[in-house]
Ligand binder design. Structure first.
Ligand SMILES: [Zn+2]
Length: 203
């Protein structure tokens, strides 16, 4: 089997920024406590307004410039909210980075990874533009997989989890349409990197 599409060669620089990614520095970050290094990748989905794709609202949210009068959902849920993720992958596969991977972004909230709380301290958050109700685009996996591989090459990452795995009952993303086995196949990472895979399959 061969594929005509050559995945982009992502690389992490000495300041924790990935190229080629569009850099949109967010003020919503802080130092990782105690100089922690990231060991976990957390996969999310986000769409603003919900189930609406293609607009600037995700970046606007992470840059604290979302017009909360523009949509009832924003008014109800997002006014005054200060959040961020390290990365957003849009429907066409375009990659944006908002926070250096060396810093602590604000994506996971109350969370627990096998007994270790405050997952933002030691994780990298990747948001896929999408929702719990529809499949993600092949172009998104084509960006996500080499990005994950580049992060694993630069940091001592030992696991990839969904937001719903580390915040069960509170969060549902990346949702039932996210193809974990596809991510594993495209990253060629071993089973040990996907500690929730079996639990998901049998539930
Ligand atoms: Zn999430």
């Amino acid at each position: 089997m061969s594929h005509d599409v050559t995945p982009p060669a992502y690389a992490v620089d000495a300041q924790g920024w990935v190229s080629p990614a569009r850099r949109l520095p967010s003020p919503n970050f802080e130092a990782r406590p105690g100089g922690a290094v990231p060991t976990l990748i957390v996969v999310h989905n986000i769409s603003l307004p919900p189930d609406t794709f293609g607009g600037p609202e995700i970046a606007d949210l992470f840059l604290n410039r979302l017009d909360c009068d523009a949509h009832p959902y924003f008014d109800t849920h997002l006014r005054g909210v200060r959040v961020s993720a390290h990365f957003v992958i849009h429907r066409d596969g375009a990659l944006e980075q908002f926070v250096s991977c060396d810093e602590r972004a604000w994506h996971a909230g109350l969370s627990n990874f096998f007994g270790r709380e405050r997952c933002n301290d030691f994780s990298i958050g990747i948001e896929l533009e999408g929702s719990d109700t529809q499949p993600f685009e092949p172009a998104q996996y084509a960006t996500l997989a080499p990005l994950v591989r580049a992060l694993c090459a630069h940091y001592p990452i030992d696991a990839v989890a969904g937001h719903s795995d580390i915040a069960p009952g509170r969060k549902t993303d990346p949702g039932p349409h996210f193809e974990w086995t596809r991510l594993q196949r495209e990253t060629q990472l071993g089973d040990v990197f996907f500690p929730y895979l079996h639990a998901r399959d049998v539930s």
